[in-house]
Design a protein around this ligand. Structure first.
Ligand SMILES: NC(=O)c1ccc[n+]([C@@H]2O[C@H](COP(=O)([O-])OP(=O)(O)OC[C@H]3O[C@@H](n4cnc5c(N)ncnc54)[C@H](OP(=O)(O)O)[C@@H]3O)[C@@H](O)[C@H]2O)c1
Length: 435
């Protein structure tokens, strides 16, 4: 089984090494011998940590796709074009495709799934959701009859690393981001990670496969972690929560689907609260199965290549049997916007420390039918709070009962206009413990 690999970067080079080191084992188990026979790269002069003859490499990716000796194509270039066209060309030529490209699947998945069905060959993308953590295959195979109601994932290792360091080391957001960049976890431009776009692409793929409806990256509402402060983390921890950036895909009884990415307060007892550093985890709730969690390395060359290799062996075995795993057709999902969702909320306000202010603030909550579960006045001893106290300010932390997002937004809008409110810090949604 000859494999053409498009891209030889972090994932591609690790995959080429894994194919070579595990070829005997795979042959013993499946009867198929995998060999990488063509590799497309951008530059032929770069040093690469792979043992392949120079003639295997080309800068023309379409040459790999169109090589009659290539049976199966792995796309690990990334981005939309030329990856999309190369994948379509490979499928049209009857070659199964394995990709790790979340951006491509989240934006053009249904077009590519249809092309794979038309051609009768596999398009597999396990690594596009949580790197090395198997989730798509369990979801499509083990859980095929399951009525999945909600999937919540920590699917971006960079932001989980930043939040972990802020929590455990007391670092500021900027310090934690700088360290993530120096370790190579975060890009020099960290927007895709910290603003939630990367997690949003993954959440769209999860929603599509979990609910069998077309959800694209543009359907996902995003909030990132850049505004999370040390104060938020300290209060969350004291109240028994960890702050995590979650991608959440949920289906309601009317079959509408909500997909969003935002930081959330996760109770200490919840399995997702213990997911630290750059690890990923996906927590699934299903009617019959109850709760499941998948945990592991969501990024890195070898963990990601491990998932790509699993897909490659699967696709090769299906090709040998002249079969493929159909993804079916996907109708456009009815999207429920975040405004219509209900949560408990954490709100952090800095107000004038004088009589009557609390009543005025509480009055606004009441006006918008947002009922308060608990309230605390600042008692944290920190430099920030003592300087605020000197300025005649106090911090009020509210946790609400379950309220509608649009009502909370309306409350915040009016709170901003209240003369006694100096500033409004983070507004975080609170996740409940599993039943
Ligand atoms: N890295 C991870 O931890 C991770 C995790 C999950 C998913 N993924 C996904 O895996 C994919 C690859 O990621 P990566 O980290 O391996 O990227 P990378 O290190 O930037 O590697 C990209 C490779 O593609 C080659 N390339 C780029 N444009 C090309 C073109 N037009 N024609 C031929 N080759 C081209 C590059 O060639 P040169 O080497 O010559 O520049 C490079 O070898 C992406 O879709 C990414 O989202 C990555």
């Amino acid at each position: 089984m000859n494999i053409g690999v498009l891209g030889c970067g972090n994932v591609g080079a690790a995959l080429i090494q894994l194919v070579s080191s595990s070829a005997d084992e795979i042959e013993g188990r499946t009867g198929l011998r995998l060999e990488v026979t063509r590799v497309a790269v951008r530059s032929l002069s770069k040093e690469r940590d792979v043992e392949l003859p120079a003639k295997v490499f080309t800068t023309d990716a379409s040459e790999v796709v169109n090589d009659p000796a290539v049976d199966l194509v792995v796309e690990v270039i990334g981005g939309i074009e030329p990856a999309r066209q190369l994948v379509l060309d490979a499928l049209a030529a009857g070659k199964p495709v394995v990709t790790a490209n979340k951006e491509l699947i989240a934006n053009h998945g249904t077009e590519l799934f249809a092309a794979s069905d038309d051609a009768g060959v596999d398009l597999l993308f396990e690594a596009a959701v949580a790197g090395g953590v198997p989730f798509i295959r369990p979801l499509r195979e083990s859980l095929v009859g399951e009525d999945v109601s909600r999937v919540m994932g920590i699917v971006n290792g960079t932001t989980n690393y930043i939040l972990t360091k802020m929590t455990e080391e007391g670092w500021t957001y900027a310090e934690a981001l700088a360290e993530a960049q120096s370790l190579g976890y975060a890009e020099r431009d960290p927007t895709a990670d910290v603003e939630g776009f990367d997690a949003g692409a993954k959440a769209a793929i999860i929603a599509t496969i979990a609910f069998g409806k077309k959800v694209v990256a543009g359907d996902v509402s995003h909030e990132g972690i850049a505004d999370i402060s040390a104060t938020d983390i300290a209060f969350a921890n004291r109240l028994g929560y960890q702050i995590k950036l979650l991608g959440i895909a949920e289906q309601f009884e009317d079959e509408s689907i909500a997909v969003r990415v935002h930081p959330a307060m996760v109770p200490d007892q919840h399995p997702l609260a213990s997911v630290r550093d750059s690890f990923n985890a996906i927590f699934l709730e299903g009617e019959a199965v109850g709760e499941l969690m998948f945990f592991g390395r969501g990024a890195g060359g070898f963990p990601t290549a491990s998932a790509v290799l699993g897909d490659t062996v699967d696709a090769a075995a299906n090709l040998a049997k002249a079969t493929h795993a159909s993804l079916g057709t996907f109708a456009k999902a009815k999207i429920r916007t975040i405004d219509d969702l209900h949560y408990r909320y954490y709100l952090n306000l800095e107000v004038s420390d004088r009589p009557g202010v609390l009543a005025a603030v509480a009055n606004l909550f009441g006006k918008h039918a947002v009922s308060i579960h608990s309230m605390e006045q600042d008692s944290l001893v920190s430099d920030e709070s003592s300087s605020a106290r000197d300025a005649g300010l106090a911090r009020l932390i509210f946790i609400t009962h379950e309220a509608k997002e649009s009502d909370v937004r309306a409350t915040l809008h009016e709170l901003r206009d209240l003369e006694a409110v100096n500033s409004i810090g983070s507004v975080l949604r609170v996740i409940e413990n599993p039943d």
